[in-house]
Write a protein that binds this ligand. Structure first.
Ligand SMILES: [Zn+2]
Ligand SMILES: [Zn+2]
Length: 332
């Protein structure tokens, strides 16, 4: 079977499968056979035109795969890996400041118009500077595919969490991954998740989270992307508390409090977007622990056929935390 790649011509148009010329690898690059990709909320946003992308585009950024060809010494054919969603130059002022995810030349898989750099296809071209992390053999594909987005973001968000009592708004995969990372960092913490969906509440409990209470918290962590959920939750943030914002990455995100409230309550606010270089290996461990607590057949589902991909992208978010897609032959 020759490699296939889904092309996105623009909002409202179905993805088309094609076989563009496969690239000659440059120094530092890897040719990856994508064994599993998962649909992220940001793919749905791009598909609907709520976030702009150069066209034609190549969507998808959550995936894992097997190295087929490599021009870098730390990747050998046969290696099963995850890769950083972002590629940074390592040389600019922002990279030097530890903000590689805001690199002046940043490249973001699934958001560019360079063929073979989206995960919706059988293969990918991983560019020089992409971080790679090898995967444990017993971690299933479906649980490993979101490592480079949801789980890595969860680690990055959790790194900014302080205090004993923590409340996470949102029980989607980023919220639950964040909550678990917060708990694993300090197991004595009380970590609550605010989530209206009963299935997601059950998952939060199995991960070790407490049901939401009225107790004031030291840290409030926004992972839902829903402005209306933040306003009532602010009433529970202690004087001296910290608000960590990670989910409201869209224009409808005006904060529901005044500077006066911030000043009088001695609050601190931190914004977290994506993740800096170096997070990926910890995200692998987080996904493995998540999957030990809730095996992935319970929180993922696999599309039975590629014919359903457009319907899935166009539709409402799934009940599963992630929908997995396979473009290549099914592993036996
Ligand atoms: Zn994502
Ligand atoms: Zn840079």
């Amino acid at each position: 079977m020759s490699p296939v790649l889904a092309e996105f011509a623009g909002p409202g148009q179905a993805l088309s499968l094609g076989s563009p010329a496969t690239p000659e690898l440059d120094d530092g690059e890897v040719w990856l056979r994508v064994t599993c990709t998962t649909i992220c909320g940001s793919d749905r946003h791009t598909y609907h035109g709520r976030r702009s992308t150069p066209l034609p585009g190549y969507l998808g950024h959550e995936a894992i795969g097997i190295v087929e060809a490599s021009r870098r010494p730390d990747a050998q054919p046969g290696d099963r890996v995850t890769f950083s969603m972002l590629v940074s130059c390592g040389e600019c002022d922002r990279c030097a400041a530890g903000l590689g995810h805001k690199c002046r030349k940043v490249f973001k898989y699934g958001h560019e118009n360079l063929p073979w750099t989206g995960t919706y296809g059988s293969h990918m071209r991983l560019l020089k500077g992409t971080e790679l992390a090898k995967l444990p053999g017993d971690l299933p594909d479906e649980a490993a595919a979101p490592i480079n987005c949801a789980f890595a973001t969860g680690i990055a968000v959790a790194d900014h969490v302080v205090g004993h009592r923590v409340r996470v708004i949102g029980g989607g995969l980023v919220g639950l991954a964040t909550a678990l990372a917060v708990l694993l960092a300090h197991p004595a913490r009380e970590v609550e998740v605010i989530e209206p969906d009963t299935q997601r509440q059950v998952w939060a409990k199995r991960l070790g989270m407490k049901p939401s209470t009225d107790q004031p918290v030291d840290c409030l962590v926004e992972c839902a992307g829903v402005r209306a959920a933040l306003e009532p939750a602010m009433a529970g943030l202690k004087i001296g508390g910290r608000l960590v914002l990670a989910g409201l990455v869209h224009p409808d995100s005006a904060l529901p409090f005044t500077a006066e409230a911030l000043i009088r309550n001695l609050w601190t606010i931190v914004g977290v977007h994506n993740y800096a270089p170096g997070v990926l290996p910890r995200a692998v461990d987080l996904a493995a622990e998540f999957n030990r607590r809730i095996p992935c057949p319970e929180w993922t589902r696999t599309l039975p056929s590629l014919d359903e991909l457009d319907t899935c992208l166009a539709g409402a978010p799934d009940e599963a935390l992630r929908v997995a897609v396979r473009f290549g032959p099914d592993p036996a």
